[in-house]
Design a protein around this ligand. Structure first.
Ligand SMILES: Cc1cc2nc3c(=O)[nH]c(=O)nc-3n(C[C@H](O)[C@H](O)[C@H](O)COP(=O)(O)OP(=O)(O)OC[C@H]3O[C@@H](n4cnc5c(N)ncnc54)[C@H](O)[C@@H]3O)c2cc1C
Length: 167
């Protein structure tokens, strides 16, 4: 979770908490982050009839991280057009407050996106806790998958294959 004013506001939640249904998501949702997880969540909210805004710091949604299959990208973009998603590219969230999310564009111009819920989904970091837990056991430990670098199921399986092949 990024450190910004209002990050502890009751309207604000992480995408993993939202996915785990830890708190209800309101009818006006701002999804902060325009990656694959975030856009898929946004689509689900749109299909539930919610009003959704997506805020992405980069110039285009679905452009960060590992390449996303074109079919997924096109399907999501078509769906966002169909459901009239409100997409804010090249914008960063600066604050969460009682009104919703305050965002700023590249020139610093501010816009308030009124919202009941602000879902923060700005990426994941590796948590190498399993490697740390195994390190003192005097066995060979190979770190793969999200514990090494956040990726996908395919990259984790591929790394496992490469390690197994090299032993
Ligand atoms: C919301 C979301 C949606 C995603 N959607 C997709 C998708 O559509 N397609 C795709 O390819 N990828 C997707 N990913 C990414 C994918 O889930 C991960 O890249 C993949 O699961 C990584 O596999 P892993 O085995 O490295 O880690 P994980 O799947 O995270 O497994 C690690 C396991 O180790 C456990 N663990 C950690 N530390 C310890 C410890 N000390 N002792 C014991 N157990 C421990 C954890 O609890 C966890 O169960 C998504 C990720 C998220 C968060």
């Amino acid at each position: 979770m990024p450190k910004l004013p209002g990050i502890d506001h009751e309207k604000c939640m992480s995408c993993t908490d939202a996915l785990a249904d830890k708190k209800p998501v309101g009818n006006r949702v701002v999804v902060v982050g325009g990656g694959l997880v975030d856009c898929e969540m946004a689509l689900e909210y749109l299909q539930e009839g919610k009003r959704v805004a997506i805020v992405e710091a980069l110039d285009h949604i679905l452009s960060a991280g590992a390449p996303i299959p074109l079919q997924n990208v096109q399907m999501l973009k078509d769906a966002f057009e169909y459901y009239h998603a409100d997409i804010w590219e090249s914008c960063r969230i600066t604050e969460v407050n009682d009104q919703g999310a305050v965002i700023a564009d590249k020139d610093g111009a501010r816009t308030v996106l009124e919202a009941d819920t602000v879902v923060m989904s700005v990426g994941f970091r590796p948590l190498p806790s399993m490697k740390e837990a195994l390190e003192n056991l005097n066995i060979d430990v190979y770190q793969i998958g999200d514990g090494r670098e956040v990726g996908s199921i395919m990259s984790a399986v591929w790394e496992a294959y490469e390690v197994a092949h090299s032993i």
